[in-house]
Design a protein around this ligand. Structure first.
Ligand code: 15L
Length: 266
């Protein structure tokens, strides 16, 4: 066992439910947080539900953990207020708690939407300027920037995972490039938790797909080596989407439909 106590936030969400069972073997105690129902604590689990915008609750949630896998917060394009609270105030509260408690490492679920306004015929690496494709991507850009600040000032390490589309199957043309299997997700999170030195590193979270938009050279030291490939879904995807509208922004840009979601009337 590498960790005595690991915290997983967003543990009731799509990726959280997967990682809940996959991370347990690597720690004595897996602490789980979410605002949605987490069910009962299993063996070696403990529940610590907290609203990310509640600084006191976040501090308690973080007390005594070796490291954090932070998936909590809003995971889609939404109006400003929920994004501000969960993803901006919430991530500030997370890093402040890490500073006060001396938490060593955070694995931050960032998103491909930090760079969603690059085109699908461009290759993006972690040093290219961010081009968020909406308020959600903007909030993840904030999360990556606060990670840099807290590394430089306080020595708290972060690996920001610019996750593509981590789902059971690739079901669209876009997902042939953005898909990451759950097995590769586990590989990515474990590499991020265990790499000896990461400072603040940015890794694109995709499988070893033939269609490629991302260049992970600046995150290779983290040691993530994807082993799956979306190619086996291609025949079904091409049958379902034989022709794409090349004038549709969702086809032009890496962020897909996120680039044309909203604006919202708050
Ligand atoms: C994300 O960041 C979302 O959290 C996820 O639900 C997917 O929509 C994914 O991006 C994607 O771009 O496919």
């Amino acid at each position: 066992l590498r960790f005595s106590r690991l915290l997983l936030t967003g543990a009731a969400g799509g990726l959280g439910r997967e990682l809940r069972r996959r991370l347990k073997p690597y720690c004595d105690t897996l602490r789980l947080s979410d605002i949605a129902d987490l069910g009962a604590a299993g063996p070696g689990e403990e529940l610590a539900p907290a609203r990310m915008e509640d600084a006191d609750a976040v501090l308690e949630m973080m007390r005594g953990v070796d490291a954090v896998v932070h998936l909590g917060g809003v995971s889609t394009e939404q109006p400003w207020e929920p994004i501000l609270q969960a993803n901006i105030v919430g991530v500030y509260n997370l890093y402040e708690a890490a500073r006060k408690l001396g938490t060593r490492r955070i694995v931050f679920a960032s998103s491909n939407h930090v760079t969603g306004f690059y085109r699908q015929d461009e290759i993006v690496d972690a040093r290219m300027p961010m081009k968020p494709d909406g308020l959600y991507g903007l909030s993840k850009a904030f999360g990556e920037n606060i990670a840099t600040l807290y590394w430089e000032r306080y020595g708290i390490e972060t690996v920001s995972l610019r996750i593509g589309s981590s789902m059971p199957e690739a079901t669209t043309r876009r997902m042939l490039a953005t898909w990451m299997s759950y097995d590769d997700l586990e590989r990515l999170v474990m590499a991020s938790l265990t790499a000896p030195v990461v400072r603040h590193s940015v890794v694109f979270g995709v499988s070893d797909n033939h269609t490629r938009w991302y260049d992970n050279r600046y995150g290779d030291h983290v040691g993530y080596r994807p082993q799956d490939n979306s190619e086996r879904f291609r025949p079904a995807v091409e049958a379902k989407e034989p022709v794409l509208d090349r004038n549709d922004p969702a086809t032009v840009y890496q962020g897909g439909w996120f680039v044309r979601t909203g604006p919202f009337d708050n």
